[in-house]
Design a protein around this ligand. Structure first.
Ligand code: ADP
Ligand code: ADP
Length: 231
């Protein structure tokens, strides 16, 4: 069973008199333990697609099954739990709380969720991303790459079924970005399902599957073109 199954998803934004058709019938299946890059020019619908995948926004039409559950049928509280728990978000700008330690940043989602063994789980997540020795540092005391590692630990701490990363290397230099990519590759090797939105061909080249979005449609899906283009 796919982790994610989208069928003919459309999304429109009303802008006064005008309607922007951001997604025009997107079909997408993501199996467990895929590592996928979503590419496409600015304005093609990538952010809209990520927002829908992350249950942060709802489509105008089409169906979305997440781990077999029809997202449209979830109650508000179930949706909130899915967002907090089944999906891990990683952003270009890290979005860490500046006054809190790395450990506290990773622990906070567990505190909100009222989870048990919070400290132990946050420590484990930070060790997983190679930051076992930086747990008491605040974001300003960490490098960009280390900040992104904290954000990845925070995204992983709930053991989400899918990690959604929006331009995760966009604010990092090439070498640091490469280290973050290697971390994603390692997490993927441990079984994590990962979707990365990226402008960078180098990033996409590290992913097993590349989905290219253009004008609100899937223009190209490497998983659909057979072995010739497989890496
Ligand atoms: P990308 O992430 O690929 O740059 P977006 O999903 O942000 O693309 O945008 C797709 C289209 O939808 C663009 O034409 C954009 O201007 C429009 N759009 C995105 N978000 C909104 C919004 N909140 N309101 C109105 N139009 C939007
Ligand atoms: P990205 O850098 O990911 O492509 P964008 O610059 O397209 O992001 O959009 C940044 C934010 O602004 C997103 O949340 C998107 O939904 C929103 N947005 C994009 N285009 C528009 C628009 N035309 N009107 C209102 N909001 C928009």
């Amino acid at each position: 069973e796919p982790v994610i199954h989208l069928e003919q998803i459309t999304k429109e934004y009303r802008m006064g008199e005008e309607t922007v058709r951001a997604l025009r019938g997107v079909d997408l299946r993501i199996a467990p333990n895929e590592l996928i890059a979503i590419m496409g020019p600015s304005g093609s619908g990538k952010s809209t697609l990520m927002n829908i995948l992350g249950c942060l926004d709802t489509p105008n039409s089409g169906r979305y099954w997440l781990e077999g559950h029809d997202v449209a049928r979830l109650s508000q509280s179930q949706l909130a739990r899915v967002r907090g728990d089944r999906i891990g978000f990683v952003f270009q700008t890290f979005e860490l709380l500046p006054r809190q330690s790395a450990l506290r940043n990773v622990e906070l989602p567990l505190i909100y969720a009222g989870a048990r063994d919070r400290r132990e789980r946050a420590v484990e997540a930070l060790r997983r991303v190679g930051l076992g020795d930086r747990m008491e540092h605040r974001p300003a005391q960490l490098s960009g790459g280390q900040r992104q590692r904290v954000a990845i630990a925070r995204a992983l701490v709930h053991r989400p079924s899918i990690l959604l990363a929006d331009e995760p290397t966009g604010n990092l230099d090439t070498q640091t970005g490469d280290q973050i990519l290697r971390l994603f590759t390692a997490l993927h090797a441990q079984g994590q399902t990962i979707v990365i939105v990226t402008h960078e061909p180098d990033v996409a080249a590290r992913c097993r599957r590349v989905v290219r979005v253009r004008d609100g449609r899937v223009e190209f899906d490497a998983a659909n073109v057979g072995p010739a283009l497989e890496r």
